[in-house]
Design a protein around this ligand. Sequence first.
Ligand SMILES: *[C@@H]1O[C@H](CO)[C@@H](O)[C@H](O)[C@H]1NC(C)=O
Ligand SMILES: *[C@@H]1O[C@H](CO)[C@@H](O)[C@H](O)[C@H]1NC(C)=O
Ligand SMILES: *[C@@H]1O[C@H](CO)[C@@H](O)[C@H](O)[C@H]1NC(C)=O
Ligand SMILES: [Zn+2]
Length: 525
Amino acid sequence: MITLTIWACLTWLCQGRPQFPEHERNPSYWNAEAQRRLQHALTTEELNRNVAKNLILFLGDGMGIPTVTAARILKGQLSGQSGEENQLEMDKFPYVALAKTYNTNAQVADSAGTATAFLCGVKANEGTVGVSAAAVRGQCNTTAGNEVTSILKWAKDAGKSVGIVTTTRVNHATPSAAYAHCVDRDWLSDSDMPLEATQAGCKDIALQLFENIPNIDVVMGGGRKYMFPKNTSDVEYPRERRHAGTRRDGRNLVEEWKDRVRNMRGHYVWNRKDFLALNPNNVDYILGLFEPGDLPYNLERNTENDPSLTEMVDFAIKVLKKNPQGFYLLVEGGRIDHGHHEGKAKQALHEAVEMDRAILRAALLTSQHDTLTVVTADHSHVFNFGGYTRRGNPIFGLAPMLSDVDQKPFTSILYGNGPGYKLVNGGRENVSTIDYNQNNYQAQAAVPLRMETHGGEDVAIFSKGPLAHLLHGVKEQNYIPHVMAYAACIGQNKQHCISARNQAPQLPAAPLGQLAVLVLARLLW
Ligand SMILES: *[C@@H]1O[C@H](CO)[C@@H](O)[C@H](O)[C@H]1NC(C)=O
Ligand SMILES: *[C@@H]1O[C@H](CO)[C@@H](O)[C@H](O)[C@H]1NC(C)=O
Ligand SMILES: *[C@@H]1O[C@H](CO)[C@@H](O)[C@H](O)[C@H]1NC(C)=O
Ligand SMILES: [Zn+2]
């Protein structure tokens, strides 16, 4: 312990900056802080039992709890704090639960089976979207009869506007469970499918985006190459064959969509400049496909062509909230997962910070009074940070001591497996000889794998707004859309809404109307 302290002092801790703010030495700071939170908890003890006019689900793909904590520290450090005391926007939500993420056939889940759970309300097999566990991955003939529908469809059927915003391809695993029924998440375009499957009548996910739920109001993300005929050169990368269209059926899904919404204030955009030039008040339908594949990591975003997740969420809500019957919006911070798979913790954490900014933007555009917002993850990763780092230690920095086995330094962030496993001269790499702060540094892993894997532990569910308190305790992941639908009086369970609906149809129209609804709600619930 003494050597540890001396060593730490020699490195950076004793060089100027105190380890923690002076006021934290004083018990009155901690007591006053806790008492203030207690008062706040007591005043918000009254449950919000309004009908949720709007529903927003923020899904951090792969955003396990260690990722949330590390992103909190990173965001704090980006604003000059030590970081640990910082509060993410999601941290400010009043209710938290844990979700059990396993798939019906997998202890450690994938994003397709989990998306079916938190969008369709039914646990499913890994690799499948919008079908029950009776369907078998890759077997087209197990699709028919096993389709399950999503909360996005329940909302659309109830007259709400609906949207999907993601940083991945719009037909990637998470968003696809909102509209597709597909036994294989990899059937992104018809050219990704076995011929037997297309011949047997199974449809690729891109096609289902446009055919299953007519006119999803907002669709934004990446994935252009799945929408255009094979060999059609891409508008942004005309010379790169790998970005060209892929469709074997020769269909141009974007042109077909444009024809359909031509007289309905519909707009297709593929770059940020044209996107930001649109006025959401004049747009009722938007299809934004900003890349042939996934959007770039936010740290490497080309601000000419690619909007941030926050910009897309801002626009989406402004379009959707014009519907007096409200909306359902799925937002995916989809590349947190990719950063981790590549062992690039810095990319992953910056993606999580960007999603948190989008959560703040959504909070500014909606009210907790009538909007149920849920933030969760589909699954975790084998990412962690530790090593007895001192307060304020840079989140991408080193533990304060050397390994007492190989006498080499180590980063606080490490992976259980992944591409960061590396031997130099037969031993673990000495991280002091390399730049472990660079954006694409791959943190050390215990087991070599080309792609780091998902983790199996529970993930957090943060919630605020009407009936958010029903999301508490340890729950199966498929519970989430059941609560969201119940709160909004859509889907399979709305007996509790009939009387409220008949007597108070417009929520919240005017202050007087709001008051009436509040009084009614008090009487009825
Ligand atoms: C379904 O298709 C698979 C091949 O994908 C085949 O092995 C199986 O026999 C088929 N089942 C039925 C009932 O046709
Ligand atoms: C696409 O281009 C490749 C290479 O130029 C060519 O072999 C192929 O026939 C083309 N396919 C179509 C559908 O035009
Ligand atoms: C690790 O690298 C640093 C910086 O080059 C060097 O000072 C240190 O001696 C190295 N440690 C080992 C165990 O090789
Ligand atoms: Zn993944």
